[in-house]
Design a protein around this ligand. Structure first.
Ligand code: ADP
Ligand code: TRP
Length: 342
């Protein structure tokens, strides 16, 4: 349990798809471990998802599904601050105030915006074709998410480090102008330790990713999970011949997914593959059993939480209250500092 004076860690999750095994191993579990040490804040960034998700039912579904996933995976709403971004209107007020302090040039240099322009130029289009102002302003809203919760550290993947640096820059600009009245904490990006540090391979052997359409979603019914495990590619080495476990996507998933108490399943399977006599079909059965045993309790909890009026609604309502409490203190100080309100 973190001390009351613990540093604040903030994790933002964009609800743009169904969570998959790679997300659990590479993002959810490492982020949940931070709750042991930090005053931890987790939120669903639904307004960030709006830059790409245009189907209202889908956006609502992803928001609920991602929230249910984190709770099913072990997030404890009583020990953390857990909310949906759009439930905290203070964020949007601070968004305007900080937009007025942020140079347009800084936004021009943001990776995601630059990449969109480069793609357009390459395709012979207008540089800003298809770029909405939400995409352009995205880093400012993200800076607000971070600063309004007085975050010390922000665990992110490498692609998001620049955004945290921008939040630090924007905080610096504010502090320079208004620091005699109120100063933001300067946040720092951290890249969480993902255990083995490997990325989980997907159904085609490449990195498991929504963009490659090769994922195994976390809460599939058992029969679908079994079918997908069967689809992971293997070579044609006959059953009796020795096999290299490390070049097998099936083994890599087993290795990273086996719960900490079952190191012997992994070691035993490695030995049997190397010795020859274990076929890929049998390996897939082992993987299915391990995945199914690990995921069944999570799936049950997830299904419960997804029902309308479940505990999830209570958690999110209480979380929004906690988050607004934290945010309104900061916003009040900012309003005072910048000369808004009487
Ligand atoms: P996707 O590639 O499916 O779009 P995201 O980019 O939304 O996934 O990833 C969210 C988080 O999940 C990232 O921070 C990343 O660390 C983690 N992650 C995604 N795919 C994998 C994977 N195959 N192995 C390990 N971690 C992953
Ligand atoms: N931009 C992040 C992503 O694409 C999501 C996010 C929104 C976020 N606001 C944040 C992450 C604040 C960390 C802190 O994954």
């Amino acid at each position: 349990m973190p001390q009351p004076s613990a540093k604040v860690s903030l994790t933002g999750i964009k609800p743009t798809g169904e969570p998959h095994l790679g997300n659990l191993i590479g993002a959810i579990r490492p982020a949940l471990r931070l709750a042991e040490e930090y005053d931890s804040v987790y939120f669903i960034a639904d307004y960030h998802a709006l830059t790409t998700v245009r189907d209202p039912r889908l956006l609502r579904h992803y928001t609920r599904s991602v929230a249910a996933t984190w709770v099913a995976a072990g997030l404890d709403p009583a020990r953390t601050t857990f909310y949906v971004q759009s439930d905290v209107p203070e964020i949007f007020e601070l968004n305007w105030a900080l937009s007025c302090l942020t140079g347009k040039g800084l936004m021009n240099r943001a990776h995601a915006y630059k990449a969109a322009r480069d793609r357009n130029v390459e395709a012979g289009e207008e540089p800003d074709a298809g770029v909405n102002m939400g995409l352009f302003n995205y880093p400012i809203l993200m800076a607000v998410d971070i600063l309004i919760m007085e975050s010390d550290v922000v665990p992110v993947g490498k692609d998001q480090v620049q955004h945290v640096e921008y939040a630090a820059d924007i905080a610096g600009s504010f502090n320079h102008v208004y620091g005699s009245s109120y100063s933001f904490k300067i946040p720092q990006a951290i890249i969480p330790d993902v255990g083995t540090g490997h990325t989980l391979p997907g159904l085609d052997g490449r990195k498991m990713s929504k963009s490659y359409d090769n994922t195994i979603q976390l809460f599939l019914p058992e029969n679908k999970l079994k079918k997908l495990v069967r689809r992971i590619p293997t070579d044609s080495t006959p059953v009796e011949e020795p096999k290299d476990p490390d070049s097998s996507a099936v083994f890599q998933i087993l290795d990273q997914f086996a719960p900490s108490g079952s190191a012997d399943i992994v070691a035993e399977t490695r030995k049997r593959l190397e010795a020859g006599g274990m076929g890929w079909g049998e390996l897939k059965n082992v993987l299915f059993e391990v995945l199914n045993t690990e995921l069944t309790p999570l799936r049950e909890r997830y299904d419960e939480l997804m029902k309308p009026g479940s505990d999830l609604d209570t958690y999110l309502a209480q979380g929004a209250e906690k988050a607004r409490d934290r945010a309104s203190g900061v916003l009040g100080s900012v309003r005072e500092a910048i000369g808004i309100g009487r």
